[in-house]
Design a protein around this ligand. Structure first.
Ligand code: ATR
Length: 272
């Protein structure tokens, strides 16, 4: 019988994870089955445990279950703990392990695929929810000269700063960003999902090399449109992050890290 994996979320019908993991398995010469499971609001935990009982070896977790997956696990990585969320689970030696590869996936996409290392750069991260929590440790480890987190609700940003006290980390209100410029600006808010624009002053884009939108498949979102109008040359959405986090999970489960380039080329849709 083939090794079994799955992604669980709600809704799950648009997921690209089975396609991505299928391509990875093919490229690595591995045989596995990777399904998509529609999660039940009442029965998510039983579904995960049932999948394990049926022989499943690992799962990817997507919205809205990342926190519940984290809580269900017996053991959690440091980055999953900071994110308070799991995007990958592994069943091993009778234990359920939680990981979070979203942040490292984002970092790899920016540094390796888009060739914009964070070292000594001024980086602006918009938002203070789960996505930013996941990105925080990998971003700080990459050595930016400054990492600024801007959020509307300052209490959330303050809570985050209190958890991660780092000399290069600063929090800010949007209105305080006037007259500051950033090399890399990442929109990790959920604003684009509803076609909204974070209240970001145009001036932040004056010397920006890369504007990155975490949402993917949404085309030129209001945030990317604003960056483009201010002359930012490099615009990206989160499809590369999706593929890179999948590669990290694949490596964690299978012990082999697949090459991501061909899959990125296949799944990238030009931003218009
Ligand atoms: P996720 O897990 O995707 O990060 P989340 O935890 O619900 O989702 O967090 C959503 C983030 O998007 C929050 O930082 C939220 O800002 P507030 O905390 O100030 O509410 C941010 N967000 C959502 N809509 C926004 C908008 N229109 N402008 C700016 N920020 C927005």
């Amino acid at each position: 019988m083939s090794d079994r994996y799955a992604v669980i979320g709600r809704p799950i019908n648009h997921t690209k994870s089975p396609l991505i993991h299928g391509l990875f398995a093919q490229a690595c010469g591995q045989t596995l089955v990777y399904d998509a499971i529609e999660g039940e609001p009442e029965g998510f935990e039983s579904q995960v445990l049932q999948f394990h009982r049926e022989g499943g070896l690992g799962m990817n977790i997507t919205a809205p279950f990342k926190l519940r997956a984290f809580e269900l696990a017996d053991r959690r990585s440091e980055r999953a703990q900071l994110a308070r969320a799991a995007n990958a689970l592994k069943f091993e030696d009778g234990s359920l392990y939680a990981e979070n590869f979203d942040g490292i996936g984002l970092l790899r996409d920016i540094e390796e695929n888009l060739d914009e290392p964070l070292r000594d750069r001024r980086v602006l991260l918009l938002g203070a929810g789960g996505a930013v929590r996941g990105a925080l440790l990998p971003f700080l480890q990459a050595g930016p000269s400054e990492l600024v987190i801007a959020n509307r609700d300052m209490a959330k940003a303050v809570a985050l700063r209190n958890e991660v006290d780092h000399p290069r980390l600063r929090i800010s209100r949007y209105e305080e960003l006037h007259e500051q410029t950033f090399d890399i600006v990442v929109n990790a808010t959920s604003a684009s999902l509803s076609g909204e624009l974070p209240p970001l002053p145009d001036s932040v884009f004056e010397s920006t090399r890369l504007a990155y939108e975490l949402a993917y498949g949404k085309g030129l979102t209001p945030f990317l449109g604003q960056a483009q109008a201010k002359g930012v040359k490099r615009l990206a959405d989160g499809v590369g992050m999706l593929i890179e986090q999948a590669a990290e999970a694949f490596a964690w489960w299978r012990g082999v890290r697949p090459s991501t380039q061909a899959v990125i080329e296949q799944l990238t849709i030009p931003l218009r």
